[in-house]
Design a protein around this ligand. Structure first.
Ligand code: GLC
Length: 720
């Protein structure tokens, strides 16, 4: 994809001095005020800065970030293009993770939509808003598979299933990059954090990881493989080590696997200060060691610590780093700059972007991301003519809806709070009684006035994101108290949970008749939640992540292999005996979610229950059909899911693996037939050496509403 820029890149490279080459690999933190600006311009004129990171702190998602100063960026770019020797434009990178001025659901929530096409359209809108103001490159999407929701960065990922996260990663890359990277509305995307960061031990951020190659290839790498296939322009290396080998200095991960096996052609940027962190990790004594280890391993651009800028020229002159290795990295950077069209169009031309469509798509994705996990006796949807008591800590909140990593989100009236949204959706109908802000000490009285109590629950966005892990992922105690008060008055209670991770809801679940997981769903999150509970929208989200009953059950994920003892539940556990003090099964399993209607599945129709290995290798497929009927009174959206189980193989294989899904709208009384075709690419697995294999034998195929479906057929791959 980027090879076509090789020739031009080589011509540019040929004209560069050693110092200028080093400058291309240096990503410096932007200077935005005072006399730092003039000093920065001088550095740019000397060719010392090839890229600028547009942020002003190490944890950009947690700290207030200054807005993108487009005019200043154009001034810096002028210094590079018109006043430096090489005239090479700089590339500007920013954390445009899940929105710019319009903020979309956190990526974890978007994955629950099971709607990659909509996600792609939304990320196209994000790119437009950010690119217009001068950002060229986003440090997104993050695709770290995570099985431990104590980890704060689970919000940013695409979760526990390799297939779903691959579909979402590909959609986000294509949304950001568009059909043409040089389009002024496109952003260069960045697959991060490569690799294994989501396995941080104990759910503690920045921690070590132990990942076997077998797990790496079959669970952790697939979304990166998909991102590379989607043409992602950059990859960000991760802070962590894997089994004692820091990724930052690993030829195995950064070159042999990423380039040799996945075929990545773009460039690798470090994470913040991760080159310098090789000292903490005990592999380097000084800046020169860090630089030599990282660049020789295949890490092309150094973010923020400027170790490359300080030491690389000397390292090349001394021969510790070959000029060939240096040139290789510079060529990769130049090819992406050429692909972005920076040489033809180095300056931003800010102009107004109509956010109307963005807002509409943002609300749609928020609604599709929300998961109805409980609805006893049809408490939902509510009637707008009802008397509703509204309470909970998140009715007045705005910022929480943006989640972490929303550097440029418009707040104020642009992001309605839940109270405003409920008021707008109810209009002049019904009656609404609202608890006061703060300690909710009027809640007993307010709850006594309504027929139904709606509680806006969840977690602070400040308890999610980078360096924000939780040792207990239950709801905060005062929220349980509110639910108990409502139940004590005999009221129907609805919990709307605005959160950034699959919270452990076992304690509050009995006090809530209905529960909508609303996540931190962005600019229109409050509205989407209000429209769902009043029935303007049908709930359609499905769990992209397992909800454990309690923190002590972590890690708990669906695609496990069998345990040596027979199991009668899935997740590889026997419900009755996994713990003496609690039931170990998930509260809500992967793929689970309710609708306001009911769906009925037919048996699976399978045209060919047997297929030869030879036919598979020729591209023949196994074809399955299932009929899904809407047996309820309302239109609904069902996400039909296909799982496989490789019953006997040379390595242990998961009890269930998601291999296909389809969202389908079905009217009341209507029946629809869904067809799936799966072939070699869905039936095999990776061995520890990275080779892909499909082995003959029996496969169980499941098609149903979530990973626990028993709707199954058995097929056989013959080895002739
Ligand atoms: C942070 C994060 C990374 C982010 C980068 C730049 O530490 O780990 O995801 O893109 O630094 O802000």
């Amino acid at each position: 994809m980027y090879e076509k820029f090789e020739k031009r890149a080589r011509e540019i490279l040929a004209g560069l001095s050693l110092k200028e080459k080093v400058g291309q690999l240096n990503q410096a933190v932007v200077a935005m005020e005072g006399d730092d600006i003039e000093k920065y311009k001088e550095r740019v004129r000397r060719g010392e800065i090839g890229s600028v990171i547009l942020c002003n702190s190490p944890t950009a998602g947690n700290d207030e970030q200054k807005a993108v100063l487009t005019d200043l960026l154009n001034e810096y770019q002028y210094c590079a293009v018109e006043e430096s020797q090489s005239s090479i434009p700089m590339i500007y990178g920013r954390d445009v993770i899940h929105g710019h001025h319009t903020v979309y659901p956190i990526p974890l929530a978007s994955a629950c939509s099971f709607d990659p096409e909509l996600v792609r359209d939304c990320y196209r809108c994000i790119a437009k808003e950010a690119a217009t103001e001068g950002t060229h490159w986003t440090f997104s999407p993050m695709m770290d598979l995570c099985r431990d929701p104590r980890w704060g960065r689970i919000i940013e990922g695409l979760e526990e299933d390799p297939y779903l996260s691959s579909q979402m990663a590909s959609a986000m890359v294509k949304g950001f990059q568009g059909d043409d990277l040089s389009d002024p509305y496109s952003l260069v995307a960045c697959a991060k954090h490569y690799v294994g960061y989501g396995f941080s031990e104990g759910g503690r951020d920045y921690n070590r990881t132990e990942i076997s190659d077998y797990t790496l290839y079959n669970y952790v790498l697939p979304p990166f493989r998909a991102a590379v296939e989607a043409g992602v322009g950059t990859v960000m290396s991760s802070f962590n080590d894997i089994n004692g080998e820091p990724v930052t200095s690993s030829k195995k991960y950064l070159t042999a696997i990423l380039r040799g096996q996945l075929g990545f052609e773009g460039f690798v940027v470090s994470d913040w200060y991760s080159v310098s962190q090789l000292k903490q990790q005990g592999l380097a004594e000084n800046e020169a060691d860090c630089t030599a280890l990282a660049l020789n391993a295949g890490l092309d651009m150094d973010m923020s610590d400027e170790h490359y800028a300080h030491t690389l020229e000397e390292l090349v002159l001394s021969g510790r780093v070959s000029e060939e290795v240096l040139d290789r990295a510079v060529l990769r950077v130049l090819k992406i700059k050429l692909a972005k069209g920076l040489f033809e169009r180095p300056y931003a031309q800010p102009h107004h972007v109509d956010r109307g469509e963005h807002i509409e798509l943002c609300e749609r994705l928020a609604a599709e991301s929300m998961v109805l996990v409980k609805n006893e006796a049809g408490v939902l949807p509510l009637s707008k003519d009802q008397k509703i008591s509204l309470g909970g800590p998140y009715i007045y909140e705005r910022r929480c809806h943006h989640g972490s990593w929303a550097l440029d989100g418009y707040l104020g009236a642009s992001t309605p709070n839940f109270l405003e949204a409920v008021r707008e959706v109810m209009g002049e109908r019904g009656e609404l009684f609202v608890t006061s802000e703060g300690l909710h000490d009027d809640s007993n009285y307010i709850f006594s006035l309504g027929d139904t109590v709606v509680l806006a629950l969840g977690e602070n966005y400040t308890d999610t994101g980078e360096a924000r892990c939780r040792s207990n992922i239950g709801l905060y105690p005062q929220q349980l108290e509110l639910a108990k008060r409502a139940k004590a008055q005999g009221k129907k209670t609805v919990g709307v949970v605005f959160c950034g991770r699959p919270l452990a809801l076992e304690n509050i679940e009995p006090y809530l008749d209905a529960i909508l997981i609303a996540w931190h769903s962005g600019t229109r999150g409050a509205h989407a939640a209000a429209r769902i509970i009043f029935g303007d929208y049908e709930p359609s989200g499905r769990c992209a992540v397992t909800f454990a009953r309690k923190t002590g059950h972590i890690p708990l994920y669906y695609n496990v292999t069998a345990t040596p003892r027979e199991v009668d539940g899935y997740y590889g556990i026997r419900p009755s005996s996994s713990y003496v003090d609690s039931i170990g099964t998930p509260l809500y399993p992967f793929g689970y979610g309710l609708s306001y209607t009911k769906f009925k599945y037919s048996d699976i129709l399978c045209e060919n229950t047997e297929i030869s290995m030879e036919a598979l290798k020729k591209g023949e497929k196994l074809c399955f059909r299932v009929k899904v009927s809407n047996v309820g009174e309302r239109e609904g959206v069902e996400t039909v899911q296909l799982y496989i189980r490789d019953v006997k193989a040379s390595m242990m294989r998961p009890l269930r693996e998601l291999k296909a899904f389809e969202r389908v709208i079905i009217l009341p009384g209507e029946e629809k037939e869904i067809a799936f075709e799966i072939g070699k690419g869905s039936l095999g697995f990776y061995l520890a050496d990275g080779s892909y294999t499909v082995e003959p034998g029996e496969f169980e195929i499941y098609i149903g509403e979530n990973c626990l479906t028993h709707n199954k057929v058995t097929v056989k791959i013959t080895d002739r």
